[in-house]
Design a protein around this ligand. Structure first.
Ligand SMILES: Nc1nc2c(ncn2[C@@H]2O[C@H](COP(=O)(O)OP(=O)(O)O)[C@@H](O)[C@H]2O)c(=O)[nH]1
Ligand SMILES: [Mg+2]
Length: 333
């Protein structure tokens, strides 16, 4: 608790920050792990890095499992490396045991590139329903920004919740849709139509990609902003360069129109809200076991109290405890 430990932390912090700024992979990995696990040291690292942020683009990829997102990211990285750009990838893996196999597949496919200079790949566990993912990923993107990468790509899994969360992370969202349209059209209608900036029909070396592209174009025609649809094959390389050009020209247009700044402000608001909600929740959880709240509540429940009414009443009482603690000391860290 004394000064020696604080010195130790300070030294550790300085080493970590210096390492990240010089692009050291071990330190980058360590900083990301701290953020992932919610370690307070992660926040200290982030605040030290603030002055070194360049605002590099964060490009999100979402779409149904098996659509070809990972393979496409690999192909895009190939083009970007040729152009001398460095890229970091954050992939959110499913924790679901059913799709757990895909996790390894993703790792293996990109692993060959991890050690090449200019490419960094990191798999992240999905937090599932509680979903504090977005806040953490945006923070990790800052580490990668400070580490000097030219772009960060974020791959999210599956459909539904995690796809929507990509908007809380990415400056520009690429939706990847496979050409076999039967299944995926449902996924598209279930939310993907609203969130993409660029739509890619993958695997254009396989049949039906043109058909899928025209279906998408008509589905998207209701959007008030023109959205680009492109057929791409990571296998043959068809349109991969064109997709890189499209993504970068869209980002440039967004920068010029002020849309990029507006989005980042919105992303920062989401991030702030997530931090706020998490903080409030943990304050409430701590307060619940203080001042006998929980013990009293348990006794009341045991003698037949209405749990819902009790929950509502406790809200006020527990918040008063929170406030007393915040006005006291040591709690508003
Ligand atoms: N024929 C063909 N297959 C592809 C292409 N891109 C990806 N795939 C295959 O589609 C499957 C799913 O790819 P993956 O990148 O893991 O999809 P993800 O789940 O969206 O990340 C894999 O078996 C890939 O080899 C492509 O351009 N053409
Ligand atoms: Mg994948």
């Amino acid at each position: 608790m004394g000064p020696p430990e604080r010195d130790g932390t300070e030294q550790q912090l300085t080493e970590l920050v210096t390492g990240v700024l010089s692009g050291n992979r071990i330190h980058i990995a360590k900083a990301i792990t701290l953020i992932e696990s919610g370690d307070p040291l992660g926040d200290l690292v982030l605040s030290r890095l603030r002055g070194n942020l360049r605002g590099v683009p964060v490009i999100g990829f979402a779409g149904p499992p098996g659509a070809g997102k990972s393979t496409l990211i690999g192909a895009l990285i190939g083009v970007l490396r040729e152009r001398g750009k460095s890229v970091a990838v954050l992939a959110v893996d499913p924790t679901s045991p059913i799709s757990g196999g895909a996790v390894l597949g993703d790792r293996v496919r990109l692993v060959g590139k991890v050690n090449q200079s200019g490419i960094y790949f990191r798999s992240l566990a999905s937090r599932g329903a509680t979903g504090a993912i977005a806040r953490n990923i945006r923070a990790m993107c800052r580490v990668l920004d400070a580490a000097g990468f030219d772009a960060v790509m974020v791959e999210t899994v599956g459909a539904g919740q995690s796809d929507v969360e990509i908007m809380g992370v990415a400056d520009l969202v690429v939706i990847v849709v496979p050409p076999d349209y039967g299944d995926s059209i449902q996924a598209i209608k279930a939310g993907l139509l609203e969130i993409g900036d660029v739509y890619v029909v993958s695997k254009s070396d396989l049949p039906n990609s043109k058909l899928m592209a025209s279906v998408l174009e008509s589905l998207l025609s209701g959007r008030n902003r023109r959205v680009r649809v492109m057929t791409v094959s990571s296998a043959t390389g068809e349109n991969v360069r064109e997709l890189v050009d499209l993504i970068w020209s869209e980002l440039e247009a967004m920068k010029e129109s002020g849309e990029l700044d507006a989005r980042r402000t919105r992303i920062h608001e989401w991030e702030m809200r997530e931090v706020l909600m998490e903080r409030v929740k943990s304050l409430v959880e701590s307060a619940l076991i203080e001042e006998g709240h929980l013990e009293r509540a348990r006794r009341e429940l045991a003698s037949g109290a209405d749990p819902r009414e009790l929950g509502r009443r406790l809200a006020g009482e527990v918040l008063k405890t929170v406030q007393r603690r915040l006005e006291g000391q040591g709690w508003d860290r």
